[in-house]
Design a protein around this ligand. Structure first.
Ligand code: GYE
Length: 350
C-alpha cells in the first residue's frame, strides 16, 4: 500500500513536470522548419495589418470637406448654415464653405473648385433638382464622394453616396391635414410655392394635393405661385393674390415660414386679419413662426429640421473610411400648433 502510494505520487510528479516542461519549453523552442515558418508570420501579420488599417482610417481632424450651400434665403437656411459651420468647428474638420446666392451656376463652380482642391468629401444642397449630372460625374471621376444634404437632386443613385434630409412630400401631406382641421375640411386656398424646380417645392406641392384629392373634396386651391422661399417675395405674391381674389381667400398654404411671414404683412396692409380672416399653415417651424403663432397670426407650422451639421459630418467620416451608409438618412420632424407655441419657443434652437 505504502509503496504503491509513493509510486503514485512519483508518477503524478513526473507527469506534472513533463507537462510544465512542455508548456515552458514550447514558446522558446525553435519551431520545426516546415510548419513554424508560417505560424509566427501569421501571428505577427495580424497586429501589423490592424495598425496599417487604423493608420489609414481618418478622423475628424484629418477631414477636408467642401460644402456648396444654396444661399441665405430664409431663417431655415441661416440655421442650417450655422449648424454646419458650428459642427465643423467643434469636430476640428477643415470646412471649405461656399454660398451660391441661390444660383445653380455658382454651386456648380463651387463643386468644381472643391474637386480641384481635392477635398475628401463634398456636401451639396442642390437649389433645384435637375441639371447636376455632369458636375456630379466629375466629382465621381475624381474619386470624391458626394453627399446630398437637405435637398435631393434628380440624378442616378450612383452619382451620390447618400441623401440626408427631410421627407418633403410627407410635410406637404401634414400641412394638408392641418389645414383641413383648421378649415373644417372646406375652403378656398392660395398657395405660396417655394423656389421653382426645387425638391421641397415640388414635393410640398405634390404631398398637399395628394391629401386634398384623397380626403377633402371641398378644399380648393384657387391660386398658386412661387415666392422663392423669401419673405420679400412672399409678401409681393400675397399682395397680388389679394388684388385678384380679395375676400374670397379663406386660407394660405405657404411652403415655408418666411413666405408666410411676408404674406402676414401683406394681409395686414390689405386690412384683413392673418390667422383669423385668412388662416395660414406653413412649413419649417422656425422661431419666427412660433412668434407669429403666439401673436395669433399663424395657425400651424409643420417642422422641417435644419440642424443637419452633426449627422452630415458623421456620414462624411463614415464614407471616407469606407463604411456602409444608407442611401437616405431622414430627419425627425413634428407639427406645431398655437397652443404649444409659448411653452416651446424658449427651447427652439432655430
Ligand atoms: O423649407 C426653406 C429653405 O430646403 C428644406 O429651403 C429647405 C427649404 C426650407 O429656404 O425655408
Amino acid at each position: 500500500m505504502k509503496l504503491s502510494r509513493i509510486l503514485l505520487v512519483v508518477l503524478i510528479l513526473a507527469l506534472a513536470l513533463a507537462v510544465m516542461g512542455c508548456v515552458a519549453v514550447s514558446p522558446a523552442a525553435p519551431a520545426p522548419a516546415d510548419t513554424g515558418a508560417e505560424e509566427p508570420e501569421a501571428a505577427q501579420a495580424e497586429p501589423a495589418e490592424v495598425e496599417a488599417a487604423s493608420a489609414e482610417m481618418k478622423s475628424y481632424e484629418d477631414l477636408v470637406v467642401g460644402y456648396a450651400q444654396i444661399g441665405a434665403e430664409s431663417e431655415w437656411r441661416t440655421a442650417n448654415t450655422a449648424s454646419i459651420k458650428e459642427e465643423a468647428e467643434k469636430l476640428g474638420v477643415e470646412l471649405k464653405f461656399s454660398d451660391a446666392q441661390q444660383k445653380q451656376e455658382n454651386q456648380i463652380k463651387a463643386i468644381r473648385s472643391f474637386i480641384a482642391q481635392q477635398v475628401d468629401v463634398i456636401g451639396v444642397s442642390p437649389v433645384v433638382e435637375t441639371g447636376w449630372e455632369t458636375v456630379f460625374q466629375e466629382a465621381k471621376d475624381a474619386g470624391i464622394p458626394l453627399i446630398l444634404v437637405d435637398r435631393r437632386a434628380a440624378v442616378p443613385e450612383d452619382l451620390y453616396v447618400t441623401y440626408l434630409g427631410s421627407d418633403f412630400v410627407e410635410e406637404g401631406r401634414r400641412a394638408a391635414d392641418a389645414m383641413a382641421k383648421i378649415l373644417d375640411g372646406k375652403g378656398k386656398i392660395v398657395e405660396l410655392v417655394g423656389t421653382v424646380g426645387s425638391a421641397p417645392a415640388n414635393d410640398r406641392y405634390a404631398g398637399f394635393r395628394e391629401v386634398l384629392e384623397e380626403k377633402y373634396p371641398d378644399m380648393e386651391i384657387i391660386d398658386s405661385q412661387s415666392g422663392d422661399f423669401t419673405r420679400a417675395k412672399g409678401k409681393e405674391v400675397m399682395e397680388a393674390f389679394l388684388k385678384t381674389h380679395g375676400d374670397a381667400i379663406d386660407a394660405l398654404y405657404a411652403h415655408n415660414d418666411d413666405m408666410a411671414i411676408g404674406a402676414i404683412q401683406a394681409i395686414e396692409e390689405y386690412g384683413l386679419k392673418p390667422g383669423e380672416d385668412i388662416k395660414i399653415v406653413s412649413i419649417d417651424a422656425v422661431r419666427g413662426a412660433f412668434e407669429a403663432m403666439i401673436a395669433g397670426k399663424l395657425n400651424c407650422t409643420v417642422e422641417c429640421n435644419p440642424l443637419l451639421g452633426p449627422q452630415f459630418f458623421e456620414l462624411a467620416l463614415k464614407v471616407v473610411n469606407g463604411e456602409e451608409v444608407p442611401k437616405w438618412v431622414p430627419s425627425d420632424e413634428d407639427v406645431y400648433w398655437p397652443e404649444q407655441a409659448e411653452a416651446l419657443l424658449p427651447e427652439r434652437k432655430y
